[in-house]
Design a protein. Sequence first.
Length: 293
Amino acid sequence: MSLIIELLSKLRAPYYPGLCKKYRTTTAGYNSRLLTAVFYFLFFLAATGFISKVSAQSTSIHFTTMPATTGTGVHGQSITSGQFVIGGAVTTVAEWAGEIDIQVTQYNGVNITPVWVPTFCIQLSQNVSLNTSYTTYLVKNVASGDEGTLTATAVRDLTTLYYLFYQGNNSSNWDTTTATAFQLDCWKITSNPGNYTISGSSTGGTFYDNGWLAGGSAVTLAQTWLSQVSGTVVAGGGSTQPMALTNGTYQDLIYTQTINNSFVPFGIKAWPGAVLLGVIVFLRGKRRLKTAG
């Protein structure tokens, strides 16, 4: 931030109105006021931490998971005993497969207007609880490898999955079948990247269908989507570039970049103040020019 301020100071120095009175009645004087307004605008952004907030590589986030209310904020199905092989062993406990809404209340240490976000799990070995607040997660960019545990193939195919089949940012965009299928695909891609046979086969890797007892339509849809994801590359990830919420103790979650853009508090709160400050300084300079004239 100090470097930015120093460079801006050098930029405005040749036209600084206090250097010579004649600048107030010349074009140079007018330009100096314009540059001064720009200077204060950028200074305000730097001083409030806007630049450092945006560039932060380890951004903290606070959120609360949605209560398990039927049809609102949580869509999916429970994987019960024997239905899936998870981590190489037939599951003996219920696992939730579906979309879970979280309500984000703080981003990078700053409280924000609560935002509801549909998320999906990307790990098989950890859990996240419903109707629970979490304050120790970090935001990571999946495409750049910041998440840390995903292979290049998994990153590519998660990006493609979101681009082709993400149903939307509102919970109402999802239903039991689509949410379950999308979750199954997230697990399959992160667990067995490149191996996309999900139904009833020991060759399916460490995560596959072992005889889905209810909701076979979700498995069918999941396999259909995986077949289209495989071998498809989306340049840049499109507008649905996935982001990750990571935690060493709890389940890592994934959501879309389009929602992440609304989190940055200074992207919303600093700009109006900075614009107002710049306009005031500029208009004040115009008034002085008229008075001097």
